[in-house]
Design a protein around this ligand. Structure first.
Ligand code: SAH
Ligand code: SF4
Ligand code: F3S
Length: 436
């Protein structure tokens, strides 16, 4: 028997990249590659990149710099670059870093095996008509949770964002395909599915009778699958939170009480300059409606500080919005000018100011995160157990509200979904004990 080849994959960026990496690993598995955790014994290295901020995209070149001596010693080592930097920079990557053999854009991953065999060009960044997921084998990872991509791309064109350019136009996968994929995952033991899309709540399709469906309808269809205990979705745009999706949060027990709803800023001036197409008041009103449907829902968001033109008053408005909502967690970033986006040509806010605002915002968000965790203490919540902890007899799982929960229990298995009483809150996790 021939020795299997070893594939090392490094993934940057969002959950869509994490999922794409799993699917590329499966496709390469069919070519005889097994995954390795060590770059030193790899026959092929695949870097699945992110272009969202300058720092994220520059990581590619620092990693390639570190791979250079390895490739010098082993010229047969194949190096591939996938993801959003691959899409944005294409052949330029090979010009800048000649050790790279292959460049493959996010919509062309089904062509990776042919590229590795030398039966396709070394650089593929087109947006083919076919759905890559129809041509990629399912992920082989066995776990009680799984990602399922339902929608890709973005037509929103926020003034700061590269995603519409790197992932292309919004495309929804057909409902029947998604339900079939979900059934397959559940048959392999998956109990929780997170539906993925850059604009996941913009998903649209048709039911068997040709009637138009939105994400709320899809969630209801998936909730019918026996054995599927939990459904989540990410990432949503405020303008696509339909009445039906909000109602699903009230009516579908499998839909978890957690929603990531990026707002970016609390200033109407900045929101307009960002091309977000909604005001702070509209966002707050939306949050009220979501909380009316599901009072215990936890909300998280994304923020950018130092967007071109942002004043102290705009920043104060962001802090005010955060105070008004009370988020359970959030990601916040200093604005990073991205080549090719409309905001990149606008006069920047000085870095130190953007940085100071970021720290101020993060301090507030951290206080809110602690408060949200403290509020869990004493409550009994569902926990889906995902892996053993480092301490003996300890198991780690995720609560309905997506908190990491540590429980000491000898008789709990990976994949168990059990009621847990929360007894304490640590910095980024909760401690619980099995409820009687
Ligand atoms: N589709 C999602 C998010 C995509 S990117 C959405 O619409 O919300 C994830 C987050 O990165 C964004 O929400 C934004 O907060 C941040 N981000 C995107 N471009 C950025 C940039 N140029 N500089 C700083 N942060 C950025
Ligand atoms: Fe980027 Fe805006 Fe699209 Fe989100 S909605 S991916 S931030 S352009
Ligand atoms: Fe990054 Fe592309 Fe995701 S730019 S955040 S990997 S869609």
């Amino acid at each position: 028997m021939t020795q299997p080849k070893r594939l090392f994959i490094k993934t940057y960026g969002c959950q869509m990249n994490v999922h794409d990496s799993e699917r590329m690993a499966a496709a390469m598995g069919a070519e005889g590659y097994v995954q390795t955790d060590s770059v030193d014994d790899a026959d092929m290295v695949l870097l699945n990149t992110c272009h969202i901020r300058e720092k994220a995209s520059e990581k590619l070149y620092s990693d390639l710099g570190r791979l250079k001596p390895l490739k010098a010693g082993r010229p047969d080592l194949r190096i591939g670059v996938a993801g959003c930097v691959a899409q944005a920079e294409g052949e330029e990557i090979i010009r800048r870093a000649p050790i790279v053999d292959l460049v493959v854009g996010p919509q062309a991953y089904h062509r990776l095996p042919a590229m590795v065999r030398g039966e396709a060009p070394a650089v593929v960044t087109d947006f083919p008509r076919e759905d890559k997921f129809d041509h990629l084998p399912p992920a082989t990872r066995r776990a009680p949770t799984a990602f399922l991509t339902v929608q890709e791309g973005c037509d929103k064109f926020c003034a700061f964002c590269v995603v519409p350019y790197t992932r292309g136009a919004e495309v929804s996968r057909p409902a029947a395909r998604i339900v079939e994929d979900a059934r397959g995952l559940v048959a392999r033991g998956v109990r929780e599915i997170t539906l993925l899309g850059q604009n996941v709540n913009g998903w649209h399709g048709e039911d068997a009778t040709g009637r138009a469906m939105g994400l709320g309808h899809l969630v209801r269809a998936l909730a019918e699958i026996e054995g599927l205990a939990r459904i989540r979705y990410t990432t949503s745009h405020p303008n696509d939170m339909t009445d039906d999706l909000i109602a699903a949060h009230a009516e579908v027990p499998a839909l978890m009480p957690y929603l990531h709803l990026p707002v970016q800023s609390g200033s109407n001036r900045v929101l307009k300059a960002m091309n977000r197409r909604h005001t702070a008041e509209q966002y707050l009103r939306l949050i009220e409606r979501i909380r009316a449907a599901r009072p215990d829902i936890l909300l998280t968001s994304d923020f950018i500080t130092g967007f071109p033109g942002e004043t102290d008053a705009d920043h104060a408005a962001t802090l005010e919005l955060v105070e008004a909502v009370g988020f359970a967690a959030a990601f916040s970033f200093r604005y990073s000018a991205r080549p090719g986006t409309p905001a990149a040509d606008r006069p920047p806010v000085p870095q130190e100011i953007a940085e100071t605002r970021l720290h101020e915002l993060q301090a507030l968000l951290t206080r809110q995160q602690r408060a949200a965790q403290e509020a869990m203490v004493g409550r009994t919540v569902g926990v889906l157990f995902e892996k053993p902890g480092r301490m003996g007899g300890q198991m780690i799982g995720k609560s309905d509200y997506l908190h990491s929960v540590f429980v000491k229990a000898d008789n709990v298995k990976v994949g168990d979904l059990l009621p847990v009483q929360i007894v304490a809150s640590a910095s980024n996790s909760l401690q619980g004990r099995l409820a009687a």
